[in-house]
Design a protein around this ligand. Structure first.
Ligand code: HEC
Length: 128
């Protein structure tokens, strides 16, 4: 558990620092909460163990894709993707889910605004 918390904190720090020498913008978690409410909350809960059309996004940063045990509706494509939800992997998936996971079943066209994605990822990093 300590290990998970430590790595989540490290990821959050990396997100806030703007990972990869500025390749990703630094995110504002308070703004990200609004982005989540507008774009994601229809299908995702931020609460641990609460699933809608999509799995709970509690403690997503740092864990393997399709690994919420109680969520039964993962696509074969996401399960086989081999992804781990690093900030970069999340950024690519949120920007264009169908390109990042071909054959995946998340019916979302993608969030084009890089700053909004960075804010959203900073918010997701606080869910732990
Ligand atoms: C119309 C419903 C819908 C919307 C809107 C939606 N999602 Fe999803 N999401 C899903 C479904 C369904 C899955 C499972 C996809 C699969 O198995 O291929 C999923 C999967 C995910 C996963 C992978 C979770 C895991 O356990 O591996 C992440 C991360 C995610 N969504 C983030 C988001 C974010 C962030 C937003 C808002 C920008 C969003 N989603 C908007 C339905 C949605």
């Amino acid at each position: 558990m300590d290990l998970v918390l430590t790595s989540t904190r490290a990821l959050l720090a990396a997100v806030l620092a703007g990972l990869g020498g500025g390749a990703m913008a630094a995110g504002n978690p308070a703004t990200g909460r609004d982005v989540f409410a507008e774009h994601c909350a229809e299908c995702h809960s931020a609460k641990d163990g609460k699933h809608k059309k999509g799995p709970s996004l509690f403690a997503t940063l740092g864990r393997p894709a399709a690994s919420v045990p109680a969520f039964a509706n993962y696509s074969a494509a996401l399960k086989a993707s081999g992804k781990t939800w690093t900030p970069e992997a999340l950024d690519a998936y949120i920007a264009n889910p169908k390109a990042a996971v071909p054959g995946g079943t998340m019916k979302y066209d993608g969030l084009a605004d890089a700053q909004a994605r960075a804010d959203l990822i900073a918010y997701l990093a606080t869910l732990k």
